[in-house]
Design a protein around this ligand. Sequence first.
Ligand code: HEM
Ligand code: SF4
Ligand code: SF4
Length: 685
Amino acid sequence: MLLKAIQKAGRTAFELPQKLLSYAFGNSLNPLGYLGSLTIFFLWIVLISGIWITIFFHTSVVGAFESVEYMTVDQWYLGGVMRSLHRYASDAAIVTLVLHILKEFSFERYRSARWFSWVTGVPLLWLIIPLGITGYWLVWDQLALYVALTSSEMLDALPIFTDPMARNFLTVDSLSDRFFTLLAFTHIVGLPIFLVFAIWIHVFRINRPKVNPPRKLMVGALLAMLVLSIVYPALSQGKADPSLVPQSLALDWYYLLVYPLLNYWPPATVWVLLIGFSLLICIAPWLPPARKPAVVEVDLENCNGCERCVEDCPFGAVEMAPRSDGTKYASEAVVIADLCLSCGICVGACPTATPFRKRAALSPGIDLPDQSIATVREMVTAATLNLEGNRRLLVFACEGSHAPEKFIDAETAVVSLTCMAQLPPAFVDWVLSRDHADGVVLQGCPHGDCQYRLGAKWTEQRMSRERDPQLRKRVDTEKLALLWTEPWSDFPATGKAIAAFRDTLAAPAEKVSTRLTPRKHRLRPLGVALAWSLFAVSSVLFTVWPRFSQLTEGNAIISLSFSHAGQRRQACHKLSQEELNKLAPNMRNPFDCPRERYPIHVSFSVDGQVLYNENVLPSGLWDDGESTVYHRIELPAGSHKLSIGMSDSGRQQGFDFSGQTELTLAAGQQAVVEFDNLQKTFIFR
Ligand code: HEM
Ligand code: SF4
Ligand code: SF4
């Protein structure tokens, strides 16, 4: 199936970076395991640097650019660094965010009960991108002008404003400081508040969400951004000048990816694309509907209300409720079926899930109907029955392990589980003390990047006796190996590791030097530095390359931009006394003026060739408002004869107003044709 093939390709693409990063950082610090929390950390940098910038920023047309220049040039050592941090951390957040989405998708961590986190991610995109866009707008350089015009054209396609917003950015006179204040408020206060709230909603259903990355990763991320800011400071692209259209812009593709589409498609089409794409992401968890395995069930007879299942469930799918069966315990576990992913981690947490129990029907307080703990006990007994020799290994493999059955031989048995943390530590004790095997391998998801979020962590903590239920002290941990599988392609490496562990089992005790239980990984400084450098480059690369050109080289732009009210379709009619008497006293207006206006007809030609010829309807519910013309025309630079005519009286022939001029346009120049409603003349600027 296509979807499966795309996901497989995605997983394969993650494989090599994941492996290299694990080599440099170790499994527990692999940055690919903290993409969501790294995004949050970069947003923190954005927030703090943003506060500094706000102190020096002037929210006015004249002051905005100057104040940013002051920070960048005069105060480069602090303001400039803060500005660069603000920009690059924003871009870094998009890099980690895109990886976060791709990873959740490729590893299928967005379906079933996870739909909530996935769907609530979509509004985050709709907040974070406008946050970046409004940020670029505030700088009021040439890129800002492009952003202002293009954003306005997008917004003008929505039925919100009667007067096109884009007209505000065509001439210097049309700009107002009030607009800048509104924009600054949106960027600094409005959008961030919604973003914080939306992030909270995004993670609030998850148990112990990784909101902060480990400290070492934070230090690395901050240093990477700081070095980048000092080595390659963020700069503005020349003061905004509405009379010029820059031939080439360094576009921030992370935030402005869709804007160049407006060169080819009308804004309405781009909206349809964006909304359609968002809806597609929203319904992705149900495409096609996933088969939901049976969720865990609580057996009150065996539940003592210890709350460990609540503590350990990664998805908040178990809660405690007052006891309902009249026993001495105060509370009981209750499963919220809609949130349960049937990972079995709660079963591994339950103190009653012990294979030593004498009763034939081993029934813990909480259990998976499709793979009960009694079934696991039977599977172990059956799998190990015919093992030979004194180096017999039992490998417990979780569903993320790659083809564990390949390891089966005369000395090795394999039992597959959903998640490694489904295995109560008592099983390791039982396997070894009842002589089912000489050693136990727990083979979990690649790099400990648990498919069920916390399975790897809980397994490590339970086996190293830091978390309840703990591995009993009597278990010889030299006989236990925790082996987070190498990725799919690395089957031989996993095989080698298992063989190495088997060798230690047969070796005399004093010769055993390695144990495959989790070891503290030492960071490899060169690898770590290289990884952060590459990350820093990836955060800046698409803000400067490829450059974007709004205009074909050597062309200029003419914008038609004006509003004018057509004449009323019917003249006012003076009411006779008789007609007035028929009206209620408070309605007796001596004139009856029908409100409806004519559309205006505008025809614009360049060098005798008609390039715009439209009937523009009046605005307003009653067709009584102004008609508004906003249209941009690209044409070769040079001298041109411009001619425009407008009729507002519904006449079929000729124009009520007209204007002509000859303009010499330089390449990249923008001229504007306006209509002065007081003087009733066209103005060419
Ligand atoms: C500002 C943007 C975002 C931030 C800061 C963010 C952050 C996070 C964090 C911190 C987690 C918890 C990770 C864990 O503890 O395992 C998470 C989970 C998740 N996020 Fe995001 N996220 C963002 C956007 C998105 C988007 C756009 C999507 C997809 C459309 C998405 C999909 C998911 C999913 C499916 C999970 C649940 C993973 C699981 O249950 O294993 N996120 N996110
Ligand atoms: S099976 Fe997994 S998701 Fe379901 S309640 Fe247990 S720990 Fe939570
Ligand atoms: S871990 Fe087991 S005994 Fe404890 S509350 Fe959950 S189901 Fe009950």
